[in-house]
Design a protein around this ligand. Structure first.
Ligand code: PLP
Length: 745
């Protein structure tokens, strides 16, 4: 156990805008310095002089590459330090000039799509140095190009203007001459920083021919080591050392120089100056590479749109979105295919959006679904061909989950329960022998449902709701229309007007060899029902709407609510359902997937009292307590305008439940469960495992009721943690692989 299958697949690294691998020549140069050239460049003995020579010859090469025949060129730790130095230099100079400092309406301008290092640095030092200027974003157009009229209008009030040469998410290349004209025509004195991090090696630079005051660079974006960068400072631009000390770098940046880092830059700079392009490809070649990649992507994903305009971008960045796929889903898919790309944005709290694409005014779905693919100028034709093949393979794997955009034929027949989620809303698809029932459909999932139903060729027997939802309209009518189903002869919750009586003595619909029986559970709303899933009389699961939530009960302060009725409904459920039957609520605020009455009794004292064999709590006392709980409902949660019930959970896995691959060997025949999507599993998985995507975990439990320890795993350990927590809550012995397959490669 522990080897990834198929094994030995090499990584396709297409995320060079984040960082690049280190070029072998640079690795060799670093090794040489570590081994033999360890001198301090400030020492006057021969060992020191050799070190100084390496440093100064590298600086000279950098001057040639950057077209910086004059001005200062300082070695830094990276671009973020370069940006600090530039901003501190500019603002310290402002601080010493009362006529600037006291000017009303003074501005610090930055491009709306700058790397966060820029606006955050401006805001930080503006406050710390007491400059008190307004920090203002310069808008960009739909191509990501700066609004030059805006610059012209505001430049005269600007103390400093920060723009970038090339954007890190889109590759958009600013026309620096036009930006310069817009600034200088209004304000020849204003200090101008251009972040050149993503431009190096991708477009020619001639810094000394411009009036750019500061230009930071970073080594790790172009095949050098991390921790080394450069800052260009124009000859007469104000300067304050950001790091004071022993006076290295002519007093401009103290601290013993990072000679291994500097050494790693040298072969890169030499390669950039090589007219034969033997290491770095020419711009024409890179343009051809982009065209080939774009073709491969469009063929693989027919619904793909590019978010960056190739006519104004450097060739090495492609930013795209695929309709129907969240960026996280694509990232998971690419990672399983061993292709490294990045989502177009930093991911925080689950919701991803790209502020860069937002600033460009692109539609919300494109910003939310954005993927950035970037390659470096050292890319070879063979690597590119390999990347294109792998992209085709990744797309092909989507067939395993019926999500291939152009190939909607199932690879295997779907059977059982599928749980789909949109934010905290849950919707279920119950499939048996080619027949399907949809329960509680919500609008954002309609396309996905249609896709699955048509891919699988399912015949939809009913589209049901568990109650009239207060927080959203049921998507049942829209779904019925999309599927071409008549909705006239069903009631408000989707039931056929004449439902037959099933094995539980309740109105029921047969789906294959399963029954779905309707049990009235008024309380949360007057029309609420629970849908009991049984084989004959054997109840396995219940779709309980909002009547029972994970760690809570549906609120009863709506107009059609009745807390006393809820009390009676809960008691009836307690009598009807086996304690371990899966409960499948319509909301899942805590990513717990499913629950059971047994689990709820453990975590919900109010429910436990209602279900106690000899209950001390009567209807009135329950209603009283429930009213107090409803009042305490906190502010609405993201994605759910009305929070539909009280939930109160504190879930953490114990340290023993977090396993490494080595720990697995110590467990007594655990079942290894891959909780990633089927297409990810198909592309790569650990040996001897089962595939049970989070959306199918409930079905897995129905099929495997025995209490064997389960070890869940996924890409990074986050989905597997969710699965293990949900299983633990049910009372199953569950573990997860900490760090996921990412750490087992
Ligand atoms: N500016 C841009 C455009 C970048 O892409 C980055 C890195 O992502 C930085 C600045 C920060 O560079 P460093 O990692 O060298 O601090």
């Amino acid at each position: 156990m522990g080897a990834l299958t198929p094994s030995g697949i090499d990584e396709v690294y297409l995320d060079t805008n984040a960082t690049t691998p280190v070029l072998p020549e640079a690795v060799a140069a670093v090794e040489e310095v570590m081994r033999a050239l360890y001198g301090n460049p400030s020492s006057t003995h021969i060992t020191g002089l050799k070190a100084r020579h390496l440093m100064e010859s590298t600086r000279q090469l950098a001057r040639q590459v950057l077209g910086a025949s004059n001005g200062h060129l300082i070695f830094t730790s990276g671009a973020t330090e370069g940006i600090q130095t530039a901003v501190v230099s500019a603002l310290s100079s402002v601080k010493s000039q009362p006529e600037l400092l006291n000017r009303p309406g003074k501005l610090l301008l930055y491009g709306a799509t700058e790397h966060k290092a820029v606006p955050n640095t401006l805001k930080h030092w503006n406050q710390l140095l007491g400059i008190d200027a307004e920090v203002m974003a310069i808008p960009v157009n739909h191509q990501g190009l700066l609004d030059l009229d805006f610059i012209r209008r505001h430049a005269k009030d600007a103390l400093m203007i920060c723009t970038m040469a090339v954007n890190n998410e889109t590759g958009a290349r600013q026309d620096l001459s036009a930006v310069e004209e817009a600034i200088r025509s209004q304000n020849p004195q204003c200090l101008w920083m251009v972040d050149c991090v993503q431009a190096l090696g991708k477009m020619p630079l001639a810094l000394s021919d411009t009036s750019i005051d500061y230009a930071p660079f970073s080594g790790h974006k172009l095949y050098a080591m991390k921790g080394i960068g450069l800052l260009y400072v124009r000859q007469k631009a104000p300067f304050s050392p950001f790091i004071a000390g022993g006076g290295q770098e002519q007093g401009l940046r103290s601290g013993t120089e990072n000679l291994p880092g500097i050494a790693s830059l040298k072969p890169i700079l030499e390669a950039l100056l090589d007219p034969a392009h033997s290491t770095f490809r020419s711009v024409d070649t890179l343009n051809g590479f982009r065209a080939q990649l774009a073709d491969a992507l469009l063929t693989a994903f027919p619904g793909l749109v590019f978010n960056n305009d190739f006519s104004v971008s450097v060739p090495t960045t492609l930013n795209f979105s695929v309709k129907g796929f969240a960026s996280k889903e694509l990232l998971d898919l690419f990672d399983a295919a061993n292709i490294r790309v990045s989502s177009g944005s930093a991911c925080s709290s689950g919701a991803t959006r790209s502020f860069v694409l937002d600033a460009m005014g692109l539609p919300a779905w494109q910003s939310e679904a954005a993927i950035r693919l970037s390659f470096g100028p050292a890319m070879t034709q063979a690597q590119l061909d390999h990347a294109c093949e792998r992209i085709a393979k990744a797309s092909d794997a989507l067939r395993y989950s019926c999500r291939h955009p152009g190939h909607l034929k199932p690879t295997e027949q779907l059977e059982g329960l599928v749980q789909l989620k949109s934010g905290a809303d849950c919707c279920y698809l119950l499939v048996s022998q080619g027949q399907a029932i949809v329960i509680d459909p919500v609008s954002p999932l309609v396309e996905r449902l249609v896709e699955t139903i048509s891919c699988q060729g399912l015949q939809v027997a009913a589209i049901l709701d568990t109650h009239g939802h207060a927080d959203h309209l049921s998507a049942a009518p829209v779904l019925a229309e999309r599927l071409g189903l008549a909705s006239s002869d069903v009631d408000a919750l989707g039931w056929p007007q004449q439902a037959s009586t099933g094995p539980l003595g309740l109105p029921a619909i047969a789906v294959g060899d399963n029954w779905l029986s309707r049990m009235a559970t008024p309380g949360h709303t007057s029309d609420a029902v629970a849908l009991l899933l049984s084989k004959g009389e054997d109840i396995q699961a219940a779709f309980v709407g909002d009547t029972v939530l994970h760690g809570g009960l549906g609120r009863t302060d709506f107009e059609s609510s009745d807390a006393k009725a809820l009390y009676r409904s809960l008691k009836a459920l307690g009598q009807q359902l086996p304690a371990k039957a899966l409960l499948l609520p319509a909301h899942d605020y805590h990513n717990l997937l499913f629950t059971s009455l047994e689990a709820e009794r453990r975590s919900n004292p109010l429910l436990a009292q209602v279900l106690a064999p000899v209950s001390m709590l009567d209807e009135a006392a329950f209603a009283d307590q429930k009213a107090r709980l409803d009042q305490a409902l906190d502010t609405p949660m993201e994605g759910c305008e009305i929070r539909c019930g009280v939930t109160n959970l504190n879930l953490k896995l114990s340290a023993e439940q977090e396993l490494t691959l080595d720990d697995l060997a110590l467990l007594d025949t655990p079942l290894l469960v891959d909780v990633r999507e089927s297409h990810e599993h198909h592309l790569q998985h650990l040996g001897n495992d089962a595939s049970a995507p989070l959306s199918r975990l409930a079905q897995y439990l129905l099929e495997h009721p025995e209490d064997k320890p389960l070890v869940c795993y996924c890409r990074s350990g986050s989905r597997s943690q969710v699965a293990a927590a949900a299983l633990t809550r049910l009372g199953r012995r569950a573990y997860h692989l900490k760090g996921g397959v990412a750490l087992s490669q």
